[in-house]
Design a protein. Structure first.
Lengths: 511, 309
């Protein structure tokens, strides 16, 4: 064990102090800060996570109501933006100069009726809130703070396929509305807050619309949707020359939206908690995945270098091939832990200092790994995932005699392992679902799947099962690969192809 | 096994269809210097790797300190591979310490040994320099130090003199002698005969994977027919009729001497007497025993092309 540690620590020090590694180590945090990933998220979804953001779907059997709803959504953001901008202008604009030099804008922002259709039309004619703000900017007082455009409250998304085509929409939508299943939003998985069903007979008043939600106490979205539906109904009826009095009468009946809770027994949707959990799980998983991939490659390249400059033979005169392999694997593990540690701390600090609105993600994450047991669970599965993949990579690397050869072997090896990396991202959407549970027992997939599932609350039996499967897989890989590693390491002059490498895995050549 | 540190019995090594080592048997006595000689491709490195336990023999038995090679004896062996390889960005001192630790020394002792050996071999002033900044000779000395820092009982050196200038070769020779004087058994492979002749107590000569000779220098000399070298303006073919002469080889192109090959036990003086009887004028009469190079060339035949005197 001492020899394993000596080899691992020497490799760790060599890599961790190399400029290339430090570059890779620091590049990601820099990307986080200036690359726009967090700023983008911050100004859109992340900023809104703490507020009452609602994603809803519409099943419109009339085929004419959705454009009206979308238009209303756009006007809503303009109206709310106008409200913010007028308050901002009152506080931060040089009123005298604005009135004198741009009386139209002064009238809109300082004297106008912010709720009036005319004011909203005027803003839209200018190109929206941001364009209006640009027009206001020359009249701001010195050191005026930054203007933040309010985020959208409501997002319309396409209904999940199984809901859109279901005979019993209420039943099909239930797991989504209870946040047992998530749907894809613009920036990641989201909870479906409500489904609005508009039947064909809604136009002629023979059928009423139905609003499905798991939280009947919060009716803001429903009341918001009522307005464009009523207006569109009026417009259609007016186009059909129905007398005004008759229109008002029909709206009173047909425009009524029936509210249905598919599962009144539950306490209502858990707000956005699950959504945050999934986002944080995917973010953490991607960091871990990058660390696994980056360090496994580094260790392979270092091995190829040792093989080509004949240090490997000297090492093999000191230690067994298995010891050398274990040392290399632990070198990578130490590097991966360093990478993840630095990246995680960078991400947390970046969010805390620069993007406080996204703190809820960090809070959720910390809450999910707050116990030692949970942290240990994640670390163990991360280590097992790394060791399984790195063992395979190391065997591939041992078959190469130059960096070029190594790339030719490692690249296809990477492609083979790609599904193992990708599946857990799907698992993150439904960490307690059937796919997640099955993947927890599949060799190779198990540790990666559990890295993601560990951030929620998987069953104890699944944790144990995944642990056993992961350990058995690793044990089998190490045995298989050690033979190839030993036989290839002393072939400094002959590289083998990727196919020959795979063949060697099953029947290693004699050393 | 007696006082033998190393014993090989019928050791064979195959790489696929290629027979690298063919039923080789020899022993290395304790505290002696054993030379493993042979042309390139004779199986020297394969034999050394089997002794080190880096590769297993296909057949036969290897015993080091009475045990099979591997973990139990690894720390009692020091190894200098033929292809030199060190971490280029490590300092000389750290390199020695690292390999000494891998061989079982603890931190303080490893550092002390590294310091002492680097000073002893004249590298004290460059101990903190990176390997990539050292000359080839210096790097090779560092590598030798890594092989002996843990005070092994058996040191295996694979072609230790290759690539060294004459001054460094002499220093290396002296270092090897010091090891043997200190009771360490040294096994080294080479195809440079002069070093082997000066250093070795015993030799094993491999040719095409097979053992062609195993013994001392005198035994080596005795193993090949004795040759008398004669230089003369006359034709010496008549010597074929002299009792005890088995062959007469005229001067080869570029050479001026005749080689008179004697049967075992034959007296060279009989050749001299025959020359006097035939009134032959001799400018050279050399009965010196054969050099190791000559022994090697005779044993290796056409495969000795790359051997250096």
């Amino acid at each position: 064990m001492r020899q394993v540690w000596l080899i691992a620590w020497r490799g760790f020090v060599q890599h961790a102090t190399s400029r290339a590694f430090l570059f890779g180590l620091l590049l990601l945090p820099v990307y986080m800060l200036i690359g726009g990933i967090l700023p983008t998220a911050s100004t859109s979804q992340l900023a809104a996570l703490g507020g009452p953001i609602r994603h809803f779907a519409v099943i419109d059997k009339t085929g004419v109501m959705i454009p009206a709803i979308d238009a209303a959504l756009d006007r809503d953001i303009t109206a709310r933006g106008l409200l913010s901008l007028t308050a901002y202008a009152e506080e931060n604009a040089d009123e005298d100069r604005l009135r004198k030099e741009n009386p139209d804008l002064a009238r809109l922002l300082l004297d106008g009726d912010i709720d009036s259709t005319r004011s909203i039309d005027e803003v839209e004619a200018k190109g929206g809130i941001i364009q209006t703000f640009v027009e206001l900017r020359p009249y701001l007082k010195p050191n005026a703070p930054q203007f933040h455009e309010p985020h959208r409250r409501f997002f319309r998304i396409e209904p999940p396929a199984d809901v859109a085509t279901a005979d019993n929409v209420v039943e099909a939508a239930s797991p989504y509305l209870k946040a047992e299943k998530l749907v894809g939003g613009d920036f990641g998985p989201v909870q479906l807050w409500a489904v609005l069903i508009i039947p064909k007979g809604f136009i002629d008043g023979s059928e009423g619309a139905e609003y499905l939600t798991d939280d009947t106490d919060r009716i803001g979205l429903r009341e918001f949707l009522r307005v464009p539906l009523d207006n569109e109904l009026k417009r259609i009826r007016a186009g059909a020359y129905v007398p005004k009095e008759a229109i008002e009468g029909v709206v009173g009946a047909a425009g009524t939206i029936k509210t249905t809770d598919p599962d009144p027994e539950t306490l209502g949707a858990l707000s956005n908690i699950k959504q945050f959990t999934v986002i944080s799980a995917i973010a953490v998983y991607l960091l871990l995945f990058m660390a696994v991939f980056m360090t496994a490659n580094m260790v392979v390249m270092a091995l190829v270098e040792e093989k080509s400059n004949r240090v490997a033979e000297l090492l093999l005169s000191c230690v067994r091939a298995e010891t050398l392999m274990a040392g290399k694997l632990f070198t990578g593990l130490l590097l991966a832990i360093l990478l993840v540690g630095v990246w995680m701390i960078s991400a947390v600090v970046s969010i805390d200092v620069l993007f406080p609105t996204a703190r809820i993600i960090v809070d959720t994450l910390i809450e999910n790994v707050s116990t030692m047991e949970k942290a240990a669970q994640i670390f163990i599965f991360f280590a097992l995932a790394y060791l399984t993949i790195a063992t395979f990579f190391l065997a591939a690397g041992s078959a190469a005699t130059s960096i070029t050869d190594a790339q030719a072997i490692v690249a296809p090896a990477t492609m083979i392992t790609l599904p193992i990396f990708m599946l857990p991202i799907a698992v993150a959407y439904d960490p307690a679902g059937l796919v997640a549970r099955v993947a927890s027992y599949l060799p190779f997939f198990a540790p990666f799947t559990m890295m993601v599932r560990s951030l929620s609350a998987p069953d104890g039996i699944d944790i144990l099962g995944a642990l056993v499967v992961s350990l058995l897989t690793l044990w089998w890989m190490v045995r298989l690969v050690a033979r190839v590693f030993r036989s290839n390491l002393l072939r400094p002059d002959s590289s083998i192809s990727f196919i020959a490498f795979l063949r060697d895995l099953w029947r290693p050549r004699q050393t | 096994m007696g006082d033998a540190v190393l014993e090989l019995s019928g050791v064979t090594k195959r790489h696929g269809d290629f027979l690298a080592v063919d039923r080789v048997t020899f022993t290395a006595p304790k505290g002696k210097i054993l030379g493993l000689l042979g042309p390139n491709g004779a199986g020297k490195t394969s034999t050394l790797r089997m002794i080190l336990g880096i590769t297993p023999p296909t057949d036969g038995k290897v015993e080091v300190f009475g045990r099979p090679p591997g973990r139990s004896v690894q720390r009692r062996i020091g190894y200098l591979p033929e292809e030199r390889g060190l971490y280029r960005r490590m300092t000389a001192f750290d390199t020695v310490v690292y390999f000494a630790k891998l061989k079982g020394l603890w931190g303080g002792k490893a550092r002390q040994r590294a310091h002492d050996l680097l000073e002893e071999l004249g590298l004290g002033h460059v101990k903190d320099r990176k390997i990539e900044a050292l000359s080839k000779g210096m790097a090779q000395k560092v590598q030798l130090i890594t092989a002996i820092a843990h005070e092994p009982e058996l040191v295996i050196l694979d072609e230790p003199f290759s690539g060294l200038d004459p001054i460094n070769q002499n220093e290396l020779e002296a270092a090897i002698r010091r090891l043997a004087d200190g009771g360490t058994t040294v096994l080294f492979s080479t195809h440079t005969m002069s070093h082997a002749e000066r250093l070795c107590d015993r030799f094993v000569i491999l040719v095409k994977g097979r053992k062609a000779f195993d013994g001392t220098l005198n035994e080596a000399r005795a193993a090949i027919p004795r040759t008398v070298k004669l230089e003369s303006p006359n034709d010496l073919s008549f010597l074929r009729g002299v009792k005890g002469v088995t062959n007469v080889v005229p001067p080869a192109e570029g050479s001026t001497h005749w080689d008179i090959i004697l049967a075992p036990g034959a007296d060279p003086q009989a050749v001299l007497a025959a020359c006097f009887e035939h009134n032959v004028k001799l400018t050279l009469f050399d009965t010196s025993p054969p050099t190791l190079h000559e022994v090697f060339v005779t044993l290796a035949g056409g495969d000795a092309g790359d051997a250096e005197p």
